[in-house]
Design a protein around this ligand. Structure first.
Ligand code: DQA
Length: 149
């Protein structure tokens, strides 16, 4: 059974109360529930994690990539700052779909760049909690393989 890893970065534990006009009313637990329902219905395993610490995310990317499990990654603000996450994705040859609740390109200029995008298979942003379910569908429908395979 393929297990999809959904990894969430800093401040996403506060979804639901965090700037709801930007990020919506759904909590991270709501997002996990809807992905778990999709995964169960389609016979995929699901690992769903959140951390405010860059090193945790790096370790989890290594774990997923080295075990051949695809990743849906919302790296939060680390998206815009972390060469280490970029390197981790490459080092573990992880198949990653980058997601964001908000459309970062319509926001402050410091959110316009991403260290994840150049090493992601694709990017889905701007659809609130639906960004995650769209990423799940994209991953499943495109075969869960790396671009090079
Ligand atoms: C975010 C966008 C980032 O710029 C921000 O730092 C976040 C959330 C999003 O999902 O829209 O924490 O990744």
């Amino acid at each position: 059974m393929t297990t999809i890893h959904v990894l969430n970065g800093p401040n996403l534990n506060l979804l639901g109360t965090r700037e709801p006009s930007i990020y919506g009313q759904d909590t991270l637990a709501d997002i996990e529930r809807s992905l778990q329902a999709k995964a169960s219905a389609q016979n995929f395993g699901l690992v769903f994690r959140q951390s405010n610490h860059e090193g945790d995310l790096i370790g989890w990317i290594h774990e997923a990539g080295l075990s051949g499990s695809p990743v849906i990654l919302n790296a939060g603000a680390f998206t815009h700052t972390s060469v280490a996450l970029h390197d981790a994705i490459k080092a573990a040859a992880a198949v990653v779909i980058e997601v964001h609740l908000s459309n970062t390109h319509t926001r402050e200029p410091f959110r316009h760049g991403s260290f994840v995008s150049p090493v992601a298979r694709g990017v889905i942003m701007g659809f609130g909690a639906h960004s995650y379910t769209l990423a799940f569908d994209a991953l499943v429908q495109t075969g869960l393989k790396s671009m090079s395979s």
